[in-house]
Ligand binder design. Structure first.
Ligand code: A3P
Length: 246
């Protein structure tokens, strides 16, 4: 697990926390574009909400109050949390393609073989179930839970919640435009451009897009009954708390 450390944590730092592949790029991109009133040119570097793991020095240089992305499990010194979650089964599929894109897997490695390492927590940021439970069982006072699936179904509602949490009165027209500018097809088209010169993308396997599918329930195309039930056993408590299973 990458345990990047910032020089200091401030009590007014706001962290957009998620387990990898839960949709944080999209969520942060919309908020960034809303707050800057700009359509955003580069979703790989989100200026107002940088990645504390990939852009640590930049985060260290920012004045308070800062907003940052983090994938860390529970950190007692993080006070203000927007925690984004996604159905673990879709996360696993998305992570599989991410690992292939960034060449942590061979191109012919199967989803089934990836599940072995995902279910053992031997991926960056550990076991999904431990990650979600670490936050859900230790919520700080200022904690907002957002589900990726809710944001897909009703983006206005979920982005309103985030902006309210951040202390803004929401301008609906501006929010609608920020959401439209960050929709899947626009971001996918932007990715084509970014692939040419953005280091975070251009050195990856370009046959696998980062803005990949964004489909709720995509896991149904990859799991069989057997490995799904095994998966649910391992991630049961987190999936249950988040109502991904009944
Ligand atoms: P899929 O691989 O299921 O398509 P993260 O940003 O945390 O790495 O999450 C990546 C996931 O968010 C990917 O899921 C990606 O396609 C999805 N995503 C990216 N842009 C999106 C958008 N504009 N709307 C919805 N989902 C998006």
């Amino acid at each position: 697990m990458k345990m990047v450390r910032l020089d200091k944590i401030c009590s007014d730092d706001i962290f957009f926390v998620s387990y990898p592949k839960s949709g944080t790029t999209w969520i942060r991109y919309v908020i960034n574009n809303y707050l800057t009133n700009d359509s955003g040119k580069n979703f790989a570097r989100i200026e107002l909400i940088p990645d504390m793991h990939a852009e640590t020095e930049y985060c260290n240089s920012l004045p308070s109050p800062r907003m940052m992305k983090s994938h860390l499990p529970f950190q007692p010194e993080f006070n203000n949390i927007i925690y984004l979650c996604r159905d673990a089964r879709d996360v696993a599929v998305s992570y599989y393609f991410h690992y292939k894109k960034y060449k942590h897997l061979k191109s012919n490695d199967s989803f089934e073989s990836f599940l072995n390492i995902f279910n053992a927590g031997k991926v960056n940021f550990g076991l999904w179930n431990d990650h979600v439970n670490s936050w859900l069982d230790n919520k700080p006072m200022r904690f907002l839970l957002i589900k990726y699936e809710d944001a897909i179904r009703n983006p206005v509602n979920e982005f309103n919640k985030i902006l309210f949490f951040l202390g803004y009165n929401v301008d609906s027209t501006r929010l609608l435009s920020a959401i439209a500018n960050a929709d899947f097809s626009r971001m996918a088209a932007l990715e084509e451009e970014l692939n040419k010169n953005e280091p975070l993308l251009k050195n990856s396997n370009l046959d696998i897009p980062f803005i990949r599918k964004a489909q709720v329930g995509d896991y149904k195309h990859y799991f069989n009954k057997e490995n799904e039930s095994e998966f649910i056993k391992i991630h049961y408590s987190g999936m249950k708390k988040l109502e991904y299973i009944s």
